[in-house]
Structure formats: structure tokens, C-alpha cells
Design a protein around this ligand. Structure first.
Ligand code: AHR
Length: 497
């Protein structure tokens, strides 16, 4: 098969936003305990943070981490996680039927984030709590000093405020599974008043209202419209969450998951703009895609937690090559929407549907999905360019006719580098892709990486952690531009310099 890609450095969508390379640490399963934090582990530092996981987090190129949930946050008392660890209570975590020891709280997480060099995105509990508790945690986290809660933080060892700029107003409150689930109207009013109060405390905060937990929710669309009618002037962004998996063995549709992500983002943007038009507002609402990934939810629902345990093994999905290609294609979709998607968090960082796995007392390793994320984060620089793909299409059961090739490109005016990120969704055929480059001047291929394998079910495991790694791809620049061969079921990045 053959395909072509048209692009020009003059057709810019938006600058690459570092916040697109976000992740998520929830108090869930082994993401925190034996994930980022494990005192006594051979690599643990003086604060109990695993050095191997910290190093992999940096290598992954994570810029932002959402914390502390997730469903967990909707019944969380943030003050359980501050002060002397010995005095902290153990509590039931209703979301994951677990016991939360509270050994890690906001001060520890902020310390970890500084070591990992990531920005913190903090979610407040609007499930069982409201305006006052949001103000309290904000005072503890961001207020300089001289008030009860800011002085308490200083007494607890965090002299400087944590300076969190990006705040989520609750989590997935459209979902009946959420503790404190609400109607759109109930939630919209609470979010508006919480936002108003937080802004009284600190006007410059960036605030994210909860959108839908997935585009398949029965309330999708109405939820966004109602919530934004009630919060438009108070919030900056609305969230999207989406998880993808193979349904009934339909791998072709799974490989085309980015089509769903594209439609999801476009629908939310259209809905937000329609509300803005009704309100005669020039303001534009951003999209915070603060949970996305491949997640085999069917496995979780078949085996939900029954006993109350601390840090149980929950949704520790092992990813294969196809999953990595889908993750790469979802990153293409997010980058393509850089004009409106202001932040995105792959859920989650360690062990829980994660690019990084770790064993208690044992090693940490990179899952297959680690690689497209790390490469995209490292290589996407400058501006995101508009692209026009011409490629054969194939029929999929879920999304109709879908082009077998999808792509996005970035261009860094300062260095002159142009980078093409491209996926071949065809299961058996390689694709020869041509990209005319006249508009980019004299460029050569500087690096080419491909994630693919003859065995698309290959995985990385504790025993064989580097079974799937990016391989050098095949690309050339001739008189007509770039020629790159995309293997079947592959994700490829080409840097031209
Ligand atoms: O990431 C796992 C869970 O998925 C989160 O807790 C929740 O917000 C979503 O449903």
C-alpha cells in the first residue's frame, strides 16, 4: 500500500503544549504504595521514593501529574494525609474497596513531583465534600503563610507553598459509580461555587470542570452543556476521559480508537462553543483530557476487589505491541487538537494500567506503551502542523471507513527540526508513505524509530523487560521528499533536521 502526507511549516495548529505529556497518580492499587513509594526498597531514597521508578518517570518525559484521584478522591479527606505519619488514620477507600493508610499525602506527593520534575494537577473532592474543604486544601497547599492551614503546612515541613496552578473540580461526577454522584445541574452549581471561592482565594488558578467519564455515557453532551451553562465564567477547561480496549476480538476497530478520541474532542469543543455562543461570550473553554489510555476494563469487572486490602494488585494490565500502537495513535490525536486540548494525562503512571511496572522489593520496567509516549514527549517540539493524509481506507465495525494511516507533525522553527508521527493500522500490509518536503528546505533524516513486531501480542515482562523496544526504522529523503516504510500495525516517528 502507498500513502502520502502533505504538510507545511506555514500551517500551524498551535504550539506543542508540554502539559499534553501528563500522567496520573491515584491512590489506587499499587500506583502509590510499591509504585512511586516503597521505603525499604533497594532504590528508595531518604523520603521512601523508589529511585528506579523516579528515573523511569523522567525518561518517560512526563510533564504533569494529576493527583490523588480518580474515583478515590470522591470520598477522600485530604487532611488524613498530613502531619506525622504515625498519627495518620487508616480509612476505607470505597472506590477501590481498599484500605488507605495515608502514609503518602499532599506534602509527600509534592516532594516526589519536585524530584520527578513534574507539575502537580490537584483534584478536590466534590463527591462527599464541597466549597469549604476545597478552600481548606487550597489554603494548605498554596497559601504562603500566616494562616492556620498554611502555617500547619510549614510546621509539617513544607516551608514553601506547593504552588499548584491547575485544579480539577472533582472527578467523574456524572458516573453512578462515583461516591457522591450528581446530576449535571447539581454538579454544575457546586463546581461554579467552588470555582468562585477558589478564585477569591487565588484569581489566577486554572480550573477544570468535570466533563463526561466517556463519550458513551447516556448523559454525554447534555452533561457538558448543562455544566458549562452553569460554570462558563468560573472555569477554564472541561475534562474528557476515555479508555479503549478490544471489544469482541475486533482489533481493526481497536486500532482505530483515535477516531473515537478525535470525535470526542470535536464534540466537546463544539458543545462548549455552542454554550459560549448562547452566552455571547468571547471566552473559549479548553479541554483537559485528564484520563486516557488502553484499559481492559472487562477483566476488572470480571474480578473486582472483594476484600479490604492495602495496595492490592488492581488493573495491572500487561500491554502488547498493538496496545502500544494504539497509545501512539492516541497521542497523535491529542497533538492534532493542541489548539483546544490544554492538558492530557495518561492514566496511570505505575502498575495501575501504566507504562511503568514495578514489583515490591524487585525491579521496575517499561511496558510496551512506555515507548511511543517517551518518544513523542522527547521529539514533539515547536509547533504542531496541520497534516493532510491521503491513504487507502478500511472498513471497521465501530467507526466505519477509516484511513489506514494517521499522522501528525511538529516543526521547531528555532532548530529547523520537523518531526512526523505516523501510525499504520493495517494488520497485514506495510505502507510506503511519501511526504513532500520542499517547504522545509534542506533536511535529512536524523532519526527514525518504529514500534512494531511480527508478533503483535509480544509484551514486556519482569523476566523479559526489553522484549519490545523501539527499533530503527527505514526512511530516506530523495528528490520528492521523505519515503518511509511503515510495517503493519506500527507506530513510527521520523525526525528531520
Ligand atoms: O484510572 C482508573 C479510574 O478510571 C479512575 O479512578 C476513574 O476516574 C476512572 O473511571
Amino acid at each position: 500500500l502507498t500513502a502520502s502526507l502533505a504538510l507545511s511549516p506555514d500551517f500551524v495548529i498551535a504550539p506543542v503544549r508540554r502539559r499534553l505529556f501528563g500522567s496520573f497518580v491515584e491512590h489506587m492499587g499499587r500506583c502509590v504504595y510499591t509504585g512511586i513509594y516503597e521505603p525499604g526498597h533497594p532504590t528508595a531514597d531518604e523520603d521512601g521514593f523508589r529511585g528506579d521508578v523516579l528515573a523511569l518517570t523522567r525518561e518517560l518525559g512526563v510533564a504533569l501529574v494529576r493527583y490523588p484521584g480518580g474515583n478515590f478522591v470522591s470520598a477522600y479527606r485530604w487532611e488524613d494525609g498530613i502531619g506525622p505519619v504515625a498519627d495518620r488514620p487508616a480509612r476505607r477507600d470505597l472506590a477501590w474497596r481498599s484500605v488507605e493508610t495515608n502514609e503518602v499525602g499532599i506534602d509527600e506527593f509534592a516532594r516526589w513531583a519536585r524530584k520527578a520534575d513534574v507539575e502537580v494537577m490537584y483534584a478536590v473532592n466534590l463527591g462527599t465534600r464541597g466549597v469549604q474543604e476545597a478552600l481548606d486544601v487550597h489554603e494548605y497547599v498554596n497559601h504562603e503563610g500566616g494562616t492556620a492551614l498554611s502555617d500547619l503546612r510549614r510546621a509539617n515541613g513544607s516551608e514553601a507553598p506547593h504552588g499548584v496552578a491547575l485544579w480539577c473540580l472533582g472527578n467523574e461526577l456524572d458516573g453512578p459509580w462515583q461516591t457522591g454522584h450528581k446530576t449535571a445541574h447539581e454538579y454544575g452549581r457546586l463546581a461554579a461555587e467552588t470555582a468562585r471561592a477558589l478564585r477569591q482565594a487565588e484569581p489566577g488558578l486554572e480550573l477544570v470542570a468535570c466533563g463526561s467519564s466517556s463519550s458513551a455515557m447516556p448523559t454525554f453532551g447534555h452533561w457538558e452543556s448543562t455544566v458549562l451553562e452553569l460554570t462558563y465564567d468560573q472555569v477554564d477547561h472541561i475534562s474528557c476521559h476515555a479508555y479503549y480496549e478490544v471489544h469482541d476480538g475486533d482489533v481493526d476497530s481497536f486500532l482505530a480508537s483515535a477516531v473515537d478520541m478525535d470525535r470526542f474532542i470535536d464534540s466537546v469543543v463544539a458543545t462548549a462553543d455552542a454554550v459560549g455562543a448562547r452566552l455571547k461570550s468571547a471566552k473559549r473553554i479548553g479541554v483537559s483530557f485528564d484520563e486516557w489510555n488502553v484499559w481492559y476494563q472487562k477483566r476488572f469487572h470480571a474480578d473486582p476487589p472483594v476484600q479490604w486490602r492495602t495496595a492490592p494488585r488492581l488493573i495491572e494490565d500487561t500491554y502488547d505491541v498493538t496496545d502500544a500502537v494504539v497509545v501512539g495513535s492516541l497521542l497523535i490525536s491529542l497533538l492534532r487538537h493542541s489548539d483546544r486540548v490544554v492538558a492530557a494525562c495518561q492514566a496511570q503512571l505505575v502498575n495501575v494500567i501504566a507504562p511503568i511496572r514495578s514489583e515490591p522489593g524487585g525491579p521496575a520496567w517499561r511496558q510496551t506503551i512506555f515507548h511511543p509516549f517517551a518518544l513523542t514527549s522527547r521529539l514533539a517540539r515547536g509547533d504542531v502542523l496541520r497534516t493532510q493524509v491521503t491513504a487507502p481506507s478500511q472498513e471497521t465495525a465501530r467507526f466505519g471507513d477509516v484511513p489506514v494511516v494517521d499522522a501528525v507533525a511538529t516543526h521547531d522553527r528555532a532548530s529547523g527540526d520537523a518531526v512526523v508521527f505516523v501510525v499504520n493500522r493495517h494488520r497485514t500490509e506495510p505502507v510506503e508513505l511519501r511526504v513532500p518536503l520542499a517547504a522545509f528546505g534542506d533536511v535529512e533524516v536524523a532519526e527514525v524509530w518504529t514500534v512494531s513486531d511480527e508478533d503483535t501480542t509480544a509484551t514486556n515482562t519482569e523476566q523479559d523487560p526489553d522484549r519490545v523496544v523501539p527499533r530503527q526504522g527505514t526512511a530516506d529523503v530523495d528528490d520528492d521528499g521523505l519515503v518511509v516504510v511503515l510495517p503493519p500495525v506500527s507506530w513510527t516517528v521520523v525526525r528531520l533536521a
